[in-house]
Design a protein around this ligand. Structure first.
Ligand SMILES: [Zn+2]
Length: 158
């Protein structure tokens, strides 16, 4: 007996899409090297149990960096590392009502209103600039400007 193909005519044509999978975050895209931000599982683990208020500030920080360019986000035991080609910003503490971020620069930016502390990283030429975000409004023009500087530092120089 011949098998009848029901609704054969109405079947969708088979589409074969070439997918590209990012090796960092395992997400698949139709375009090779699709611009996106990678966040791996370790970040979710790191944020687990952290105060909602600080997580909201963290999400805002990430979206601000994404306005600048694609980033990768990875967590270690003690911090979240945000990188472009290399790490350029570190979230070191999610408090009850604040978010502590460190931006390393090759020079001291003394003339600022946003950093609580500037400290030389031992054995390097980097100065860690400590930023505490308490309110959404703290992501002001000055802070965004330093975030851009930090991002540039995370890009490879060709
Ligand atoms: Zn990715």
């Amino acid at each position: 007996m011949r098998k009848r193909l029901i609704n054969y005519k109405f079947e969708k044509p088979l589409t074969i899409k070439l997918m590209w999978t990012c090796t960092f975050c395992n997400r698949s895209f139709e375009k090779v090297n699709q611009t996106h931000s990678c966040k791996d599982q370790s970040v979710d683990d790191f944020l687990l149990g952290k105060p909602d208020y600080a997580i909201n500030l963290f999400d805002l920080l990430i979206s601000k960096f994404e306005e600048i360019g694609p980033i990768k986000i990875h967590a270690t035991k003690s911090m979240v590392v945000i990188s472009a080609d290399k790490g350029f910003a570190y979230v070191i503490n999610l408090g009850k009502n604040f978010l502590d971020i460190v931006l390393p620069f090759n020079e001291r930016f003394e003339d600022n209103l946003c950093f609580r502390k500037i400290a030389l990283v031992p054995g390097t030429n980097d100065y860690n600039h400590h930023l505490r975000i308490m309110y959404q409004e703290d992501f002001n023009e000055e802070v965004f400007d330093y975030m851009q500087k930090a991002y540039d530092k995370g890009k490879k120089k060709f």
